[in-house]
Design a protein around this ligand. Structure first.
Ligand code: NAD
Length: 460
């Protein structure tokens, strides 16, 4: 098994995390060229900002059809370099394609000027692009994350420089090429490389940084952005809790919990990483989790029976294995899993008797582990769920009145009651505390890509 071992610094190689085989390569962008790339993005701004948001949205719409037509081929590439099952790779591409028309219209509508009148004054609130936006994205949804960031940034009137993860450059490169079939020159460019390229971009003559990734990188970016007071959208890591109380529909809770902890091999920012389960129902809940667990066999992305792929890289697997080991040493009990596996594959695991002395209950895992702690009631569950620096998503299953009360006491950006965190159309994707700074999605989120400008006149 080989993992990523770059030997040629002019080339960024992308390896299949299941086999270690080379999937393809892109040229690394020399750091010395980044200034020129930024200058080109600044030069493209006036013509791009002279268009209306709807014109910009319409220019991009045909890219949706190209993505749809090529969903199978692109989904295969995505799965080969990221590791997720082929159906999920194709689903990621076709999902972005299918939303392109109405989401573009939603962004355009959110950033239209608004008029307010009172006391003989008429004010127009304009939502202008900031300027050049660096869209820096991670590997776990290697097409969806660039898409979520680049589309609203462009329609809002920014020019964009994409810096995709060094783990998954190939699918991001294809995506940018597709959008560029329809965009004027210089409006969207791509920079390939590791964090040196990201740092050079952040330090350059740009105006907005839309970053999705780890808390540590987000903190570095925030510090760097202080020089020039660059605007920031940071979508960071988490340690999402799930509370399961007496009165919950345990079948539904177990189905949701296992899927949300294990899909994409646990490499989802809103994966359920901590379970707080009321003592009176814990035994029954665990037996239902164990039953549900059988639906998640591990395998290569081309193995149709497999619903869980490998971890994206060896370092990620080592981190998860070390957390499991630390938990066992401190008293956690293995209910299922924790079998040795080759290469980047890891055995999904259920651990009981977890507590907050363990790294696995406090530090982001980003792996397929269900960690259960016992609580006596909702108050104890809420206190433990809030005992974290993070706050992206949280979920409560229980009798509805009690579950709603607990939900209203949780410090998180997105909370599901007897369901996952997904909100109605138009709700933002937002993190609290160290999980985020600003946010995106929905009309409120689209406006985060804009400078607000108010022009007022006497209206009498
Ligand atoms: P990462 O922070 O290591 O890297 C993300 C991107 O930032 C990469 O393109 C990387 O090259 C670049 N980068 C790293 N350091 C940088 C720096 N100092 N300056 C500029 N660019 C820099 O994250 P990752 O390992 O790719 O992704 C996993 C993380 O992403 C997890 O913590 C996960 O929770 C988080 N995530 C959050 C959300 C969300 O919506 N909140 C969504 C997906 C992933």
């Amino acid at each position: 098994m080989t993992t990523k071992t770059p030997t040629d610094t002019t080339v960024l190689n992308s390896y299949n995390p299941s086999t270690g085989q080379l999937v393809g390569s892109v040229p690394v962008t020399p750091v010395s060229q980044i200034e020129d790339i930024i200058a080109k993005a600044n030069a493209a701004l006036p013509a791009w900002q002279a268009m209306t948001p709807q014109q910009r949205a319409d220019i991009l719409k045909p890219a949706g059809k190209v993505l749809a037509d090529r969903a199978e081929e692109l989904g295969k590439l995505l799965s080969l370099e990221q590791g997720k099952p082929l159906a999920e790779g194709i689903g990621e591409v076709s999902g972005c394609a299918s939303r392109m028309d109405w989401e573009n219209d939603e962004v355009a509508s959110a950033v239209q000027p608004e008029i307010l009148k009172s006391d003989g004054i008429e004010s127009t609130i304009h939502y202008d692009g900031y300027g050049v936006c660096a869209a820096i994205t991670p590997w776990n949804f290697p097409l969806l994350m660039p898409h979520w960031t680049i589309i609203p940034a462009l329609i809002a009137g920014n020019t964009v420089i994409s810096k995709p993860s060094e783990q998954t450059p190939l699918i991001a490169d294809e995506y940018v090429k597709i959008l560029n079939q329809f965009l004027p020159d210089g409006v969207l460019q791509i920079v390939h490389g590791e964090d040196d390229q990201g740092k050079a971009l952040v330090a350059g003559d740009i105006h907005l940084i839309a970053f999705t990734g780890s808390k540590n990188a987000g903190q570095h970016i925030m510090a760097a952005a202080a020089n020039g007071l660059k605007r920031l959208i940071l979508e960071l890591g988490s340690k999402d809790p799930m509370i399961v109380l007496q009165g919950a529909d345990l079948d539904k809770a177990a189905k949701f919990g296992v899927n949300n902890a294990i899909r994409n091999c646990g490499q989802v920012c809103v994966s359920t990483e901590r379970f707080y389960v009321q003592d009176s129902i814990k035994a029954e809940f665990i037996s239902k989790l164990a039953e549900e667990f059988k639906n998640f066999p591990v395998g290569d992305c081309n193995d149709e029976a497999a619903t869980v792929g490998p971890m994206v890289m060896r370092e990620q697997k080592d981190h998860v294995v070390a957390q499991i080991q630390d938990a066992i040493t401190k008293g956690a009990k293995v209910i299922l899993g924790n079998e040795p596996m080759d290469g980047n594959f890891i055995s999904p695991t259920i651990l009981d008797n977890c507590n907050h002395s363990m790294d696995i209950m406090t530090v982001e895992t980003f792996g397929p582990v269900i960690c259960i702690a016992t609580v006596k009631d909702a108050d104890e569950a809420v206190a433990l769920a809030n005992d974290t620096e993070y706050g992206l998503g949280a979920v409560v299953y229980g009798e509805e009145t009690i579950a709603r009360k607990a939900a209203n006491q949780l410090t998180a950006g997105m909370i599901g009651v007897n369901k996952g965190i997904g909100g109605a159309t138009g709700t933002p994707w937002v993190g609290a505390r160290h999980s985020g700074f600003s946010y995106h999605k929905g009309p409120m989120g689209h406006r985060q890509f804009c400078q607000v400008r108010v022009v007022s006149i006497n209206a009498e």
